[in-house]
Design a protein around this ligand. Structure first.
Ligand code: ZN
Length: 151
């Protein structure tokens, strides 16, 4: 068991650690917990690395790669911890791929992707803090400036 986890151990599920302080609720909106998901949110925990951090814990669910890519936009330093049978079976930093397709809406109201039925496409220019360039209108945005496509 990882003693550094301040949250209670869970049997099965995902812990997202090292979320910047006060961003946990944004992470939650990405995860979109189902009605019967048990989710624990820790806000403003002390962290050696960041001073303060948030933690989100979802029981009984392992996040999809798409969820993790979305979380990376808001929390590029986050760590994903997969737990099975109370054991940490996988622990890795979130990673933003070089291109993001269909993950977020372009924040430029004049962008063609906001007027046609088409998938958005962003190229990641910088990973931390995240900067993305729209493939179509070429505008550059911060990771948390974009509205994520959820569903
Ligand atoms: Zn655009």
């Amino acid at each position: 068991m990882d003693k550094k986890l301040k949250v209670d151990p869970i049997r099965e599920g995902t812990v997202i650690d090292h979320i910047p302080a006060n961003k946990a609720l944004q992470v939650l909106s990405i995860i979109k917990a189902a009605q019967d998901d048990v989710v624990t949110v820790g806000i403003n925990f002390a962290s050696h690395k960041f001073g303060r951090k948030d933690i989100v814990k979802i029981e009984g669910r392992e996040l999809s790669q798409k969820d993790i890519n979305s979380i990376a936009l808001i929390a590029p330093d986050a760590t994903v911890i997969i737990i099975r049978d109370f054991q940490v079976i996988n622990k890795y930093p979130v990673q933003i791929p070089d291109t993001l397709n269909g993950l977020a809406r372009c924040a430029n109201p004049r962008c063609i992707t906001n007027h046609e039925e088409m998938m958005t496409r962003f190229r990641v220019q910088q990973k931390n803090p995240v900067r993305l360039r729209c493939h179509y209108c070429e505008r550059v945005f911060d990771g948390d400036e974009l509205e994520l496509v959820t569903a």
